[in-house]
Design a protein. Sequence first.
Length: 266
Amino acid sequence: MRLLLGFVLVLAAAGCGGGSGDEAAPTPSGPRTVSTSRTATVLQRQFGTGADGFYLFTPVKGRWGSIVVYVHGHGGPGEITPMYHLPWLRHLAERGSAVVYPRYENQPGGHGAARHIDAAVESALAVLGRNAPIVGIGYSRGGRLVVDWAAIAAPALKPRAILSVFPASGEDPSPDLSQVASDTKVLVLSGDQDEVVGPYGAVELLNALKDAGFELHNAKWHIVESRPGFTANHLSVLQSTPPARKVFWKPADRLIVAVAGQPSTE
């Protein structure tokens, strides 16, 4: 019997965040740079402040050889910024990816999210100046939206691999998922103690892909199991502990290597 996800995730999050720095003037060839910050290894920039805006993380040293589009979930205003996900985003950039974090909404639960994600990715490519193999990562609501975006993206911008972490439902009907590239590597994760979506979002997503004719031999579903010191609940993806890095970060790293090769060591 088909399992349907009948509710929308609302995370208990508040506040807002983002980079720091002086506001820069708009450039005629690209989106407006709102803020810039830097660590020893990662440059973080914010472009635009509306639903088409995005944050961009790039390695300070070396070349980036892949692009990761990281799609956030349904939470408070802080989730529209990368504040809760910074350790993972910086890890991805340190390993040699340019990471795009689309805002995709002005307030939690905004509509037209997939189109806003697509606009942000196109603008980010204009900033980066070149394309590279793309991997999509989505969490919670974003775990479904990253697949919806893959369906509407232009052929040159479609992700070659997708990691959908604890997927939930979106506010809008999904587009035609038959437009997801048939050779896309898809890995769906659900948590054995996920009190918010359980396995239902994963089942619904895989059913929707199957109904759209997606080649399910390219899709895998893995249940993240709790262990001493680590509970695989819905918010565990926000952790940066060794167990969380093993079950969330490592699969993403492997997908990136599978489609883009080893990260640059320059």
